[in-house]
Design a protein around this ligand. Structure first.
Ligand code: SF4
Length: 269
């Protein structure tokens, strides 16, 4: 199955998986993973990062703020924050306490304000105000772990070093049989081994979009969604609702009448 070109142009040298030690996967497993990806591309042609940003540093700030918060909540908080602090230097010139009021609506706002202030101060002082473009450098910033670094690298720069594994990707990778692990680092390596590197960034968006719209943490549409029916063992296990036969409807009606009659008998004084 042919995959479409990834919408974010991939940097030269990012075409192959060379240089990574990844788990070995069979040709069948790789073909199946690519078929899932192709079906998701077809379903969600506009899938993209749902955080609002206009520059790499804004994406970095938004992603730091998104820990334990929804993208919707972050997107409500960031317009005023980005206006008050238009550059990394502006954050560096302020204090964490001055950032707090802008992120108070989000959980752990004191920690997040401190992380944003410290990370932006380092971007301003150590990297000349430009967000670094390597995983190693990004991981030196406060509040930045591998997931955040992957978000920034793939979305802001088209650099695919790994796959973003958030709660949706963890759930979907398991349900679609792409990984049997529970640890995000091992799930990421499975996905990297199964999927072509130029698509690592989009793969997480596509899984997240399906996770938010169809395969929700509580109550997915198992059994009725075509992608689920094709690829998820849950859908295959989910009983399909059959239209009741005439005899079945008669039995149900008789049972209902019987139970109503016995209730009336019990209610008599
Ligand atoms: S069948 Fe259910 S569990 Fe499987 S991907 Fe679809 S919604 Fe999720």
């Amino acid at each position: 199955m042919t995959l479409p070109a990834p919408p974010v142009p991939v940097q030269p040298g990012q075409e192959s998986k060379a240089g990574f030690e990844l788990p070995r996967k069979s040709a069948d497993a790789i073909a199946r993973a690519e078929a899932i990806l192709a079906a998701l591309y077809e379903r969600y042609p506009d899938a993209h990062c749902e955080l609002d940003y206009r520059s790499p540093h804004e994406l970095l700030v938004a992603t730091i703020l998104s820990a334990q918060a929804t993208d919707v909540a972050v997107n409500k908080a960031t317009p005023a924050l980005f206006e008050a602090f238009p550059t990394p230097a502006a954050y560096a010139a302020a204090t964490a306490a001055e950032i707090e009021p802008f992120v108070r609506s989000l959980g752990f706002f004191r920690n997040k304000a401190l992380a944003v202030h410290t990370a932006m101060t380092r971007v301003a002082d150590a990297y000349g105000g430009k967000v670094p473009r390597t995983m190693e450098e990004l991981l030196t910033l406060r509040g930045v772990a591998r997931k955040t670094a992957n978000v920034v690298l793939s979305n802001a720069f088209g650099i695919n070093v790994g796959v973003v594994v958030d709660t949706h990707v963890m759930r979907l990778a398991k349900r679609f049989g792409l990984s049997r692990h529970a640890d995000p680092a091992r799930i990421e390596r499975d996905l990297m081994a199964l999927l072509p590197r130029p698509h690592w960034g989009m793969a997480s968006h596509l899984l997240i979009w399906h996770g938010r719209r169809v395969c929700k943490a509580r109550g997915g549409t198992c059994g009725s969604d075509p992608i689920c029916q094709r690829f998820c063992s849950n859908a295959k296990a989910a009983p399909k609702k059959q239209p009741a036969s005439r005899a079945g409807r008669a039995r149900k009606a008789a049972a209902t009448r019987g139970s109503a009659a016995s209730s009336r008998r019990r209610a008599r004084p």
